[in-house]
Design a protein around this ligand. Structure first.
Ligand code: NDP
Length: 478
C-alpha cells in the first residue's frame, strides 16, 4: 500500500495542493522539514482523504509507489535546491521530482539538466491561482519530458480547474517551459492589474467618483468583454468598507505596491530575448515608482502640474471610452506576452502550443478571463500567427476601441494623470502598425559615432559612412 504521489512543503500552498489531490481520490504522502506542519494537516484535514505522513525524507520517498512522484512546494531558491538534493539522494532512475513553486525558468533548466544526468525526471511546474486555486483547482503548467507527463498528466488534469469540462492543465514543453509560461502569465497579471488601476484612477480623479460607485462600473464591465477574475475582485475590493475607519477600504491603503519578482523576471527575460513587452514593463515599473518614496516626496514638494484641464462633458461616454481603452490595452499586453512565450520557445527549443496556453489560463489562475477563448481560436486559425493583434477577430475588436483609447490617453496627459500602461500600449500599437519608424535615424546615429553600419531600403548589403573623413559610403560586404 503505497502513495500515488507525495508533496513536501506543508505551508499554505503545499498543504492545499495535497488536500486537493486527496479529495480527488489520490493517496498522498506528505512531508515537511519541521514536523509540526505535517501533523497539523493530519489533525485538521486528515479525514478529507488518504494521507501518508512522514517525518523524514527517506520515509517520505519510501512511501511512494514507483516510479515515484514527489512534488516540492517550498520557498523558491536555495530551499528548493536543498530539498531537491535530499529527495534525489533517496530516489531511483525513472522517478519524478516536480517543483511546483515559483522558480525562475533558468533555475529549472539547470536543475533539470543536473537530475537528467542521474536518470531522474525533473518537472518545473507553474501553478497559478494562489491558495484558493491550489485547494479547489489551479491552472497547472508542467514542463519536463513527455514521458513524465504520461505519469503526471492524469493526476494534474484531474485536480486542475476545469472550464467547459476541459482541464486547465497541459504539457507545456521540455525542461523550463512550464515555469517560463507561468512567469509570463504573472507578467500579464501585472499589466492587467495596473491598467485596471489606471481606469480606476481616472474615474476617481476626473469624475470624482467614490470607490463604491467605481466598483459598480467594474461590476458592470464584468458582464461584457472584460469579464475576468481581476475585474470581478476589483469590484469587490472597491465595494469593501474599512472596519476601523468606516471609509472606503481602498482609500485607507498606503499607495505603494510591492512585488515578489515574477514581473521583473518577465521583463528581464524579455529584454534579453529582445521582445518588447512594454505593457508588462510599465506595469512593473509603476510598482517601483509607487515605492520610490524619497523621489515622490521630493517631486510632490516642487514639481508643478501645469495641466491643461480638459473637462469631462459626458460621464457615460467617458466611462465607455475607459472600458474600450482598457480592453485595447489588455489585448496589447496579451499579444506582447504571447510574443515572449513564442520567442522563449524558439530560443530554448520548446514546442509550445500557444492556443493551449490561453486555454489552460481560462480557469483556476489569476488572469482567467472570458476572452482567452478568443486567443485559443486565433491560434487555431493560424498556429504561427506572428502577432496576436493581427488575427482577424482581434484586429476587428481593437479597431472598435482605437478612438476611445486615444481620447483616454490624451485626456490623461492633458490632465496630468499618469497612465503608463494605457499610453505605452497605445504607443506600441502605433509603432507596430507604422509604415516607417524613426529607428532609421537611430541606426544612422549609431553608424556616426560607433561605425555600427546600416542597411539600405533600396538594396542589399551592409554599409558605413566614413563620417570623420570624406563621408563616402562604403559597402562592408564588398
Ligand atoms: P513559503 O514560500 O512560505 O515556504 C514555506 C515552506 O518552505 C515551508 O514548508 C518550509 O518548511 C519550507 N522551507 C523553507 N526553507 C526550507 C529548507 N531550507 N528546507 C526545506 N524546507 C524549507 O510557502 P508557500 O506555501 O507560500 O509557497 C510555496 C511555493 O509556492 C513557493 O515557491 C511560492 O513562490 C509558491 N507560491 C505560489 C503561489 C501561487 O499562486 N502559485 C502563491 C504563493 C506561493 P518549514 O515549515 O520547515 O519552515
Amino acid at each position: 500500500n503505497a502513495a500515488d504521489i507525495g508533496v513536501t512543503g506543508m505551508a499554505v500552498m503545499g498543504s492545499n495542493l495535497a488536500r486537493n489531490l486527496a479529495r480527488n481520490g489520490f493517496k498522498v504522502a506528505i512531508h515537511n522539514r519541521s514536523v509540526g506542519k505535517t501533523e497539523k494537516v493530519i489533525d485538521s484535514y486528515g479525514d478529507e482523504g488518504e494521507f501518508f505522513p512522514s517525518e523524514s525524507t527517506a520515509d517520505f520517498v519510501a512511501s511512494l509507489q514507483k516510479p515515484r512522484v514527489a512534488i516540492i512546494m517550498v520557498k523558491a531558491g536555495g530551499p528548493t535546491d536543498a530539498v531537491i538534493d535530499e529527495l534525489a539522494e533517496h530516489m531511483e532512475e525513472g522517478d519524478i521530482i516536480v517543483d511546483a513553486g515559483n522558480a525562475l525558468f533558468s533555475d529549472t533548466r539547470r536543475r533539470e539538466a543536473a537530475l537528467r544526468e542521474k536518470g531522474l525526471h525533473f518537472v518545473g511546474t507553474g501553478v497559478s491561482g494562489g491558495e484558493e486555486g491550489a485547494l479547489n483547482g489551479p491552472s497547472i503548467m508542467p514542463g519536463g519530458t513527455k514521458e513524465s507527463y504520461d505519469r503526471l498528466g492524469p493526476m494534474f488534469e484531474k485536480i486542475s480547474a476545469h472550464v467547459d469540462g476541459v482541464p486547465c492543465c497541459t504539457h507545456v514543453g521540455a525542461d523550463g517551459a512550464g515555469h517560463f509560461v507561468k512567469m509570463v502569465h504573472n507578467g500579464i497579471e501585472y499589466a492587467d492589474m495596473q491598467v485596471i488601476s489606471e481606469a480606476y484612477d481616472l474615474m476617481s480623479k476626473a469624475l470624482g467618483k467614490p470607490a463604491s460607485e467605481i466598483g459598480d462600473v467594474f461590476a458592470e464591465w464584468n458582464k461584457g468583454d472584460l469579464e475576468s477574475f481581476l475585474i470581478e475582485i476589483t469590484a469587490e475590493v472597491l465595494h469593501h468598507t474599512d472596519a476601523t475607519s468606516g471609509k472606503a477600504f481602498v482609500d485607507v491603503i498606503l499607495d505603494q505596491a510591492a512585488q515578489k519578482g515574477t514581473g521583473a523576471w518577465t521583463v528581464q527575460t524579455a529584454l534579453s530575448l529582445g521582445v518588447p513587452v512594454t505593457g508588462i514593463a510599465e506595469a512593473t515599473f509603476a510598482r517601483s515608482v509607487s515605492g520610490s518614496v524619497p523621489q515622490r516626496e521630493a517631486g510632490r514638494a516642487v514639481l508643478p502640474a501645469e495641466t491643461q484641464d480638459l473637462a469631462v462633458l459626458d460621464e457615460a461616454s467617458f466611462i465607455d471610452d475607459l472600458q474600450k481603452a482598457l480592453y485595447a490595452a489588455k489585448l496589447v499586453s496579451y499579444s506582447q506576452g504571447f510574443d515572449e512565450i513564442s520567442a522563449g520557445a524558439q530560443e530554448y527549443g520548446w514546442d509550445i502550443d500557444l492556443g493551449a496556453m490561453a486555454r489552460i489560463w481560462r480557469g483556476g489562475c489569476i488572469i482567467r478571463a472570458k476572452f482567452l477563448n478568443r486567443i485559443t481560436e486565433a491560434y487555431e486559425r493560424n498556429a504561427t500567427l506572428p502577432l496576436l493583434l493581427a488575427d482577424e477577430y482581434f484586429t476587428a475588436e481593437i479597431t472598435k476601441c482605437i478612438p476611445a483609447w486615444r481620447r483616454v490617453v490624451a485626456f490623461a496627459a492633458a490632465n496630468g494623470i499618469p497612465v503608463p500602461v494605457f499610453s505605452s500600449t497605445l504607443s506600441y500599437y502605433d509603432a507596430v502598425r507604422a509604415e516607417r519608424l524613426p529607428a532609421a535615424l537611430v541606426q544612422a546615429q549609431r553608424d556616426f559615432f560607433g561605425a555600427h553600419t546600416y542597411k539600405r531600403v533600396d538594396g542589399e548589403g551592409t554599409f558605413h559612412v566614413e563620417w570623420s573623413e570624406d563621408r563616402r559610403e562604403t559597402n562592408q560586404d564588398a
